[in-house]
Design a protein around this ligand. Structure first.
Ligand code: CS2
Ligand code: MN
Length: 356
């Protein structure tokens, strides 16, 4: 297992590389060119700049999160082949710098969706929160809320330029039902796989968050059968998963440790996040400690350990603690605590193995 930390880039993140270097066990920065719009090519000189910066701190850059997919690819729009060509060129450029995993998602219109980004928890910290009844309301109202809370930060999947045309986006997805979306995903991956093999880059899809349809938009990667369908639809070792425990775990019916044991060989990247469910369907993100939530964090870590997981892993969203001012879900402190919890459990499992 190789531990990573998601970082949004100089001038675009409240956390610095020198701070990240002081968290024990982190060898990789999970990065992206956050100023790029979906569909644009990532040029080699731009990637090189990041490489120089990261290598100055001894960090690897093996995992990109995300290279976002243009809506024309998701909806089989007029320019989909052009944007697939651009995506392929980006993969080729990334491979020159040793990138091994590209995380992406295939969610229509919105990336992860929450109704409250700073929901107070009983201990005085705040965290991302999903209130089911508020989702039935106007999507524009929600987009406006998220953009206002994240002002000054770019949020992948929440590009203000894209969301400015929200009605147009909803219009675009009207003709794309769930089956059409599956077909468009297959078309995209079929085109990419030969290049992935050549470049030795795994495409690792991030599950839909939350894992159910919202605002009438279809969502694909929502449960175990969907994950199975996805992997057999394009049955290629380069067609992989970003297994996000918090995204799938938002649905209490999903048994995340079981999903990991079943598909471990196809998991290229692991996100560890804990959520707590409420009986009315609301959920809250919580600390990484197992007993603070319902996701089964220790069983998840044990599943990866038992499978001999040697891919990349990172803590996912953290709470906002100790008055930290940061991008929602992506502060330094709680994610660093998460890393220590994951590594503590992992190291103990190693020790127990030594005894046998
Ligand atoms: C999120 C997403 O769960 C997560 O990790 O913060 O924004 C995620 O990065 C994207 O869905 C991946 O494309
Ligand atoms: Mn995630």
């Amino acid at each position: 297992m190789k531990m990573g930390f998601r970082w949004y880039g100089s001038g675009n993140d409240t956390v610095t590389l020198s701070e990240i270097r002081q968290i024990p066990g982190v060898s990789e920065i999970v990065w992206a060119l956050h100023y790029k719009q979906p569909g644009e090519i990532w040029e080699t000189d731009e990637i090189q700049k990041v490489r120089d910066e990261l290598s100055g701190f001894g960090f690897g850059m093996s995992v990109v999160e995300s290279v976002n997919v243009h809506d024309d690819i998701k909806t089989a729009g007029r320019n989909r082949d052009l944007y697939i060509g651009n995506y392929i060129q980006t993969l080729r450029n990334l491979s020159r710098f040793g990138v091994k995993v590209v995380c992406y998602n295939f969610m229509p219109v919105f990336d992860w969706t929450r109704t409250d980004l700073f929901h107070p928890l009983p201990d005085g910290s705040t965290a991302l929160y999903y209130e089911k009844s508020r989702i039935k309301r106007d999507p524009a109202e929600m987009a406006e809320y998220i953009l206002s809370e994240t002002k000054g930060y770019t949020m992948p999947g929440w590009e203000p330029e894209r969301l400015a045309g929200l009605n147009g986006l909803f219009e675009l997805y009207k003709k794309t039902d769930k089956e059409a979306l599956w077909a468009n995903l297959k078309y995209f991956l079929d085109a990419l796989m030969p290049v992935c093999r050549e470049c030795d880059i795994k495409m690792a899809i991030h599950p839909d968050d939350p894992p159910w349809d919202i605002f009438g938009l279809p969502r694909l990667l929502v449960d175990e059968p969907a994950v199975g369908r996805f992997l057999s639809m394009v049955n290629d070792p380069y067609n992989c998963l970003t297994l996000c425990s918090g995204s799938l775990g938002a649905d209490p019916r999903n048994n995340v440790p079981d999903i990991i044991r079943r598909y471990c060989g196809r998991i290229a990247f692991a996100h560890i996040r804990n959520v707590k469910h409420y009986p009315n369907g609301d959920f809250s993100e919580v600390s990484h400690r197992d007993r603070d939530g319902d996701t089964g964090i220790l069983e998840i870590i044990r599943a990866y350990h038992d499978c001999g997981f040697d891919g990349y892993i990172r803590p996912d969203h953290g709470r906002h603690i100790w008055n930290e001012k940061c991008r929602p879900g992506y502060g330094l402190y709680d994610r660093a605590l998460g890393i220590m919890y994951i590594l503590g459990a992992w190291d103990m499992l190693d020790k127990l193995d030594e005894r046998q």
